[in-house]
Design a protein around this ligand. Structure first.
Ligand SMILES: Cc1cc2nc3c(=O)[nH]c(=O)nc-3n(C[C@H](O)[C@H](O)[C@H](O)COP(=O)(O)OP(=O)(O)OC[C@H]3O[C@@H](n4cnc5c(N)ncnc54)[C@H](O)[C@@H]3O)c2cc1C
Length: 452
């Protein structure tokens, strides 16, 4: 058995990983570079610092996927959820906290645990043996990023996310849109109909370009681009380069025939590509953007067929170090090529404080069980934790992999549920009930196996 599980990074994922190990009786060592080495976003030397918003988002565990994740984490003894409850601020249905009190409390609890120690140092290379969890987050230091890049291959480590909006498939109006791959390319019927196409006439296209140009945008923060940004053009920047640029780029209308009006040649076409194995999510191809969220929803709902679109996530471009997990990790979060290294948190391609913390907790449990010679049963895919894990280790398309928040589009559909907006409340309750039952069963199995 290894002496201890070593965790690189004491952020949301790192503290949960250490806590999970300690709860299982396995010593954990956190290697955290702050306060010796800082990042452009962190302000303190505390563990689990919230770098921006002070909210863990919705706490509704019946109708919201992130609220369900809170529920699952509480059931598993999460340290961030425990300290969030103690330092909660009034925020309607959201779980918002006093950020400094929260981080200070997590730091005190983790540092005070007899099985956890914290070493203040920057790790500059991936270790060659032992049992490690890499949880260095979106702002992984340059030296370690270089080492990860060497281990994974340059094409499998990104320094920026370039996220196109992702739409729930059942909110696309298929009375307007149609399924077809450009030039009907593909060996199988599935491939020939892999894309969903939304047609525009000239007037529509011109109005859409005007809206893109007028929309409010966010700017990169000072220091954020720091020699990394390698030019993934936002859709509005393409529009700024010329009104026809998009029509000759991602919106080109060639090789496509409108199934609803075969004789009318569209002036431009917006394409959506399947984003997960379940076929419940579609991303808008080439539409990465720096538009503000409110503006995005308004502009993208101008696209014919997307008038009532529900967005699983809106687009963005941020400094964000993440690996291509679907290619690199096994279903136990281990780097296939170096199985003594696990990855956890935002660096695995989940997005957000809660998702990162949840993946840290899971990595800690898996590593601790392994250290004790036990193998945990697979995490049920219908739980929020399992849906995230399945997404990053196999459900997502590796070619277009971009970070993702938890959302019901990642859950296996409920066969008996009604689709569409009308059935939504009942469907979401169905997802959360099923998840709670599966998670409770998994946790009790975990306890039995870890104790072996
Ligand atoms: C500018 C910015 C704003 C964000 N805003 C939000 C938001 O409002 N809401 C939200 O939910 N999410 C937000 N995020 C995403 C957020 O950072 C993550 O969701 C969350 O913090 C990720 O948790 P993590 O543990 O993976 O990484 P982090 O919490 O960043 O923790 C990683 C830790 O690793 C340390 N580290 C890095 N490299 C090394 C090294 N080589 N050796 C030792 N230690 C190292 C870092 O100092 C850090 O403490 C934001 C991210 C950024 C960059």
């Amino acid at each position: 058995m290894v002496d201890a599980i070593h965790i690189i990074g004491g952020g949301m994922a790192g503290v949960e990983a250490a806590w999970a190990c300690a709860r299982a009786g396995v010593p954990a060592v956190i290697h955290e570079m702050r306060p010796k080495v800082g990042t452009f976003a962190h302000r303190t030397g505390d563990l689990a610092e919230m770098v921006c918003s002070n909210s863990f988002r919705s706490d509704d565990h019946e109708q919201n996927a992130v609220g369900l994740l809170h529920w699952e984490m509480r059931a598993a003894g999460s340290i961030t959820m425990e300290m969030a409850a103690r330092h909660r601020l009034p925020a309607g249905g959201a779980l918002a906290v006093d950020r400094d009190a929260f981080s200070a409390a997590v730091t005190a609890a983790v540092r005070g645990h007899p099985l956890v120690s914290v070493v203040e140092e920057e790790m500059t290379a991936l270790p060659d043996d032992g049992s490690w969890i890499v949880a260095t987050g979106p702002l992984t230091s340059g030296a370690l990023a270089k080492s990860i890049r060497q281990a994974t291959g340059a094409e499998h480590l990104a320094f920026f996310d370039a996220i196109a909006p992702i739409v729930h498939a059942d909110t696309i109006d298929m009375g307007v849109a149609w399924r077809q791959s450009r030039y009907d390319k593909g060996e199988t019927e599935e491939e020939r109909t892999a894309y969903i196409n939304c047609p525009m006439d000239r007037a529509h296209y011109e109005a859409f370009i005007d809206a893109l140009l007028a929309a409010e945008k966010t700017e990169f923060r000072e220091g954020e681009t720091a020699g990394y940004f390698d030019g993934c053009l936002p859709v509005e920047v393409m529009a700024e380069r010329g009104r026809e640029t998009l029509r000759f780029g991602p919106m080109k209308p060639v090789g496509l025939t409108n199934a609803h009006a075969p004789d009318v040649k569209p002036y431009a076409v917006v394409q959506l590509r399947r984003d997960n194995a379940l076929g419940t999510l579609y991303n808008i191809v080439g539409f990465q953007t720096k538009m503000k969220h409110g503006a995005q929803a308004a502009v993208f709902r101008m696209i014919p067929g997307l008038k009532d679109a529900g967005f699983a996530r809106l687009g963005g471009i941020h400094r964000n170090t993440f690996i291509n997990s679907p290619t690199l990790l096994d279903d136990r979060m281990r780097l296939r090529a170096r199985p003594w290294l696990r990855f956890a948190g935002q660096i695995t391609g989940v997005e957000g404080y809660v998702e990162s913390a949840a993946m840290g907790m899971l990595a800690g449990r898996l590593a601790a069980a392994e250290a004790k010679g036990a193998t945990l049963p697979p995490v049920p895919a219908a739980t929020a934790v399992g849906a995230l894990l399945s997404h990053i280790t196999g459900g997502a398309d590796a070619k277009t992999f971009q970070p993702m928040n938890v959302n019901f589009g990642l859950f296996p559909p409920l066969p008996e549920a009604r689709s569409g907006r009308r059935g939504r409340a009942e469907r979401y309750k169905g997802y959360t009930d099923r998840a709670k039952a599966d998670w409770t069963a998994w946790l009790s199995g975990t306890v039995a196996q870890a104790a072996e």
